[in-house]
Design a protein around this ligand. Sequence first.
Ligand code: PLP
Length: 382
Amino acid sequence: MKVYLDNAATTAMDKQVIAAMFEVMDKHFGNPSSIHSYGREVRTLIENARKSIANLLHVSPAEIFFTSGATEANNTAISCSVRDLGVKHIITSPIEHHAVLHTAEELAKLGLAQLHLVRVNEQGVVDLNHLEALLQACSKANDGKTLVSLMHANNELGTLLPIEKVADLCMQEGALFHSDTVQTMAHYPIDLSRIPVHFVTCSAHKFHGPKGIGFLYIRAGVKIKPFVYGGAQERNMRGGTENVYGIVGIAKAFELANQDMEQEAAHISGLRSYMRERLIEQIPGVLFNGDSEHGLYTVLNVSFPPSPISEMLLFRLDIEGIACSGGSACSSGSDVGSHVLRAIGADPKRASVRFSFSKYNTKAEVDVCMEKLTEMFAVPAN
Ligand code: PLP
């Protein structure tokens, strides 16, 4: 039996999403920019997809811009804020995804903005007092605007950001706020009309949609220029013939996720709690990285006790047919380790494994995984 517990990396596509995309591949091949009927049909599909996503987020369709995924969306929000909105200070955290961190670091290297890292505690929780102090210091410098970029949920630890509080702090200090919402979109009900955030990002393959499609939400009134130049697609904001099948797929996946959200969240949280309890019972010395009680319900980051199999753990699990991902707090050889685990001061002697769940996982799969883990960590009898 093969068990897939790496859903924070990517998810299996929902058959209904595949069917919706296949229908378009089969019947609609027009270029959405063409003015004839072939093009108009496809344009309608794109605009319906945009409307459906916008309605679920309580925003205007004009605020949704399709991109090739969240990496491009994060790059666009941060780079264009510096280039077009007078941003001279970027406040972010050391545990952001590289799509955010590397973009901010590159802009700082080019001398286009100053980078400030907000402190996070050993669970990856952002220190809001430090954030406020950084925001005030940037305002005081009085040499340009500030952009805060903080993810809604950490993809390795599952730690959640109090997004409304951060948005309020940014508003108080007149800063722009971008949040990478990749791990929470389609997993939590998100009403953007109630959160004064300027940019959020989304990627379809994290909720049973296709890869290579995502979107950037840009609050009305925030005027940036394109990140990708070319044709007039996406209302002149992103050149390139639209990924029509992907756009149909992301909208279908988003609709399905929102439709069954409560039920699926209850199922996934149940699996996560079950695995957490069994780990505590069966593996002495097990610990959890991040806030394992109140974090993202899809992610359980487990810190295993030091053992001779630590370095081989992911490989051994893979051989047993269990797919999950992991990182370590140390860098060795080609393994650069996890910048997130290093930033929260995780013990480099312990192997950390991220198990992440989806609606397709079952209790029987958790049992199989636990059986293998228990065997691997069994203390040999003297
Ligand atoms: N941000 C977070 C938090 C992620 O987990 C990911 C996916 O790995 C990304 C950004 C990048 O998304 P994409 O694969 O759509 O470029």
